[in-house]
Write a protein that binds this ligand. Structure first.
Ligand code: HEM
Length: 127
């Protein structure tokens, strides 16, 4: 039996739409906007590469940028529990927008929750 590769299940086009939708929400999110660049074109390009390999597709992120070391790459940014929550909310809404549902969405989202929590490197501010 042919193994099921999540990347093949979602497809390159839908994954690309998901990431574009996600960053359009990040750009408007008051908790996230301040730590992201104004122009998210390059960020989205890298995220598409990363998600491709995260979902079992070709390792195009690593080919261009080296080992992901995602937690380390996020150390320059204050990733608080609040920001992790906001990040996940943007992703959840993006999944709604592109019509990702069912078991695939459930498993993918749960995995993103774990990865997002792993990225936390700072405490919530009291403001
Ligand atoms: C880059 C924030 C979670 C994958 C970035 C950048 C920020 C950021 C500020 C830099 C953008 C730039 O300069 O272009 C956050 C926050 C998160 C989070 C607040 C909340 C937990 C995640 C998760 C993943 C991820 C869960 C993967 C599943 C990436 C990738 C990049 C990136 C692939 C590009 C890295 C590169 O420059 O090569 N993130 N991130 N992030 N993030 Fe996150």
């Amino acid at each position: 039996q042919k193994p099921i590769i999540p990347y093949e299940e979602i497809g390159a086009e839908k994954l690309s739409d998901l990431i574009d939708s996600f960053y359009s929400k990040v750009a408007k999110n008051p908790k996230l906007k301040p730590i992201f660049p104004d122009d998210l074109t390059e960020t989205a390009r890298k995220q598409k590469q990363f998600q491709t390999q995260y979902l079992g597709g070709p390792n195009i992120y690593t080919e261009e940028h080296g080992h992901p070391m995602m937690r380390a790459r996020h150390m320059n940014f204050e990733i608080t529990p609040e920001r992790a929550q906001a990040w996940l909310e943007c992703m959840y809404e993006a999944m709604d927008e592109v019509g990702l549902d069912g078991k695939f969405r459930e498993i993918y989202y749960k995995r993103l929750v774990l990865t997002a929590h792993h990225m936390i490197n700072a405490e919530d501010s009291n403001e």
